[in-house]
Ligand binder design. Sequence first.
Ligand code: ATP
Ligand code: MG
Length: 418
Amino acid sequence: MFEGLLLRFGDLTLKGKNQKYFVRAVNALIREKLEGLDLRFDFQHDRAYVFFEPQLLSEVVKRLHYVTGLYSYSKISKCEKDIDQIKDISLQLIEEETGKLPTTFKVETKRADKHFPIESTDFSRQLAGKILREAPFLKVDVHDPAMTLHIELRIDGAYIYMNQIKGLGGFPVPMGGKALVLLSGGIDSPVAAFLAMKKGLQIECVHFESTPLTPIESAQKVLDLAAKLARYALHSQIKVLFVPFTALHEEIISNVPEAYNITIMRRMMIRIATGLLKKRDADAIITGDSIGQVASQTIESLSAIQSSTNALILRPLATYDKLDIIQIARQIETFEISNRPFSDCCSIYVPKNPAIRPTDRHSHKYEFGFDFQTKVDQAIKDTIVFTVKQDEVTDIVSKGFILREVLHENTQDEKIDS
Ligand code: ATP
Ligand code: MG
């Protein structure tokens, strides 16, 4: 009786070419995420069917929640195009759903098999009548039913399904283009990365590492976070760009008034990220900034940081509350990793009194005090690209090496200019 799932795609308000592109991309993603399982697909213009044995259900559902652009799905049952068989299965589904508590429903029939002798509205009415006779706890409400029983009369049989379970929604990656996410190891930036992917962006992560000023465990967090995020990515892998930030970090600490440390550090990060955009063929920088969360995220601060670039910076979490961010972080399983107690370059040497209203003018003045451009260029040049696969553990901490040696040793690494 259980036959598989009906999958509905996301934002089909898209028109023309874009819609075709969307459907092609989401179909490819569905295939990719379900790869290796024994399934049969039937792709149609705005939906897809996937058929498989019931014991695969939990694995299929788990993987479908990694498909960006998948709007919703429903479990489907199949039987002969015989109204009594259909009624029996429908009753079973309804009883599972309602626990026989009073509620309202309607039947909606789609007759794809035009040779089927009863018209769809007649069929709905007849079936509803039969169901009501055996399930007195139900009432029909055609305008605002609590649940809808869908019947599709197809050439090869009758398909029956009820409730729609929500998928991720959004757009399929990489339909939205490419962006670089500044991934710190904190709670916010992985959530920002996830939301960007949900909108169909292909991402690469950029991490500014200041070893040995900061512990190697911070870099470990970043790799572990990327391994979780890779679940939503194209080909289930994400590239992490490790930028050596120690030299600039030290320069800033010794040259810039304490209150401006964070502002200048951020401006340097943004300058480096801007340089990386072109090398990585990406069009936007994404951060985990959330307005008002800390001194460096007042709009005056964000504005002073923004002034260091002409590049597009997106801040998906700008208006989010922390608790809502944490809820998403739990859902995507990044929260516990982010919560490990290791600091990155922005959480050590946090100034006691950071400037809450820094300005572009003052920033320029303090930056004038040292030759930052050479160091920015050098950092871009020395950036290492590291590929992280879905759920893969890359243990760099237990090796106890210097971060860059470990990264270099790994056969996956590539230099930024390669
Ligand atoms: P998060 O939880 O993402 O670290 P946060 O609230 O701690 O955010 P900040 O530390 O002020 O915020 O950083 C703001 C944003 O700047 C981060 O969300 C991230 O996008 C970027 N960022 C900060 N530090 C780094 C770093 N070392 N490497 C890469 N990006 C960073
Ligand atoms: Mg942080």
